[in-house]
Design a protein around this ligand. Sequence first.
Ligand SMILES: *Cc1c(COP(=O)(O)O)cnc(C)c1O
Length: 354
Amino acid sequence: MNITVQKTTMPKAKPAEGTALGFGKIFTDHMFVMDYSVSKGWHDAKIVPYGPIEVEPSCAVFHYGQAIFEGLKAYKTPSGDVLLFRPEKNMERINISNDRLCIPQIDIPFCVKALKTFVDIEREWIPSGEGASLYLRPFIIATDAVLGVHPSYTYKFFIIASPSGQYYPEGVNPVRIWVECKYVRAVKGGTGFAKTSGNYASSLRAQKEAEDEGYTQVLWLDGIERKYIEEVGTMNVFFVIDGEVITPALQGSILPGVTRMSAIELLNQQGKKVTERPITITEIYKAHKEGKLSEVFGTGTAAVISPVGELNYGGKKIIINDNKTGPIAQKIYNELTQIQTGKAADKFGWTQRI
Ligand SMILES: *Cc1c(COP(=O)(O)O)cnc(C)c1O
């Protein structure tokens, strides 16, 4: 399939060097779009000026949420090259999400190529500076103009791009996390492992209540026993207990993060074993009480590594590592971001130059 390119005739002004970009607030000049129909499969791949799209109010995605999305970043290296970090992992995950949501499979190599073609066109939009990148948001929506509850027969795949700064305005500083006891995010058999919009729609109430209490995000517990730790709002989570790095095992209700996978591979390569197993919130509090809990941190594309300085579980607050970034989180952050931005040799072959 060819990708047709229609360049904008009205390029937007790019943010000035040093502007606080925030996260996902500004969009580039173009977007990638591709359609699906049963008779044609995925077709009509094109890069066109970024702008509003027209669909009918009956469009399936508005009513039943048949949609999936991804998030990854393009980085500028000190020499001005452009790097993508493990883009096939995101495209592979699209197909895992698609399968769960009854959305047709995409052609992974083609979509990686489309992503690269798109980023190449938008390369002037990639910001430089600590923590800055071009955030890429591939997503698919169901577009049948029909109200019956049924998987759509038509879809649209988009990639949009947003020059972004650090995810948390606080930077790589510990965040406060609310352990969620009232609401649940996912259960086995549900959609927790899929990157689907509905997971976020149902998480907003908990996120809002946590924010009202002064917390950055929630830490989800399992939906049945409400004791096993799952993940943080937009991140997977790691604990360091007695020197051992532990992260909840992926058992169908947790989003399998590319950053999680990369952190595990980095730690393993440094000779630090990472244990993937079920872990309870009680075990965390016990380890803290015994002085064995040295670090807690989240991993995700948006924030990369986010140390956790405080947990609040049912009103019981614990402070982790004196509310300071721990050495393991700091080391993974440094190594990952240096590989992503081409400042350190990429022994793993994770980055791809555009
Ligand atoms: C995207 C996401 C993550 C992090 O995944 P990465 O591939 O590391 O960005 C973690 N949890 C949830 C719920 C997510 O949506």
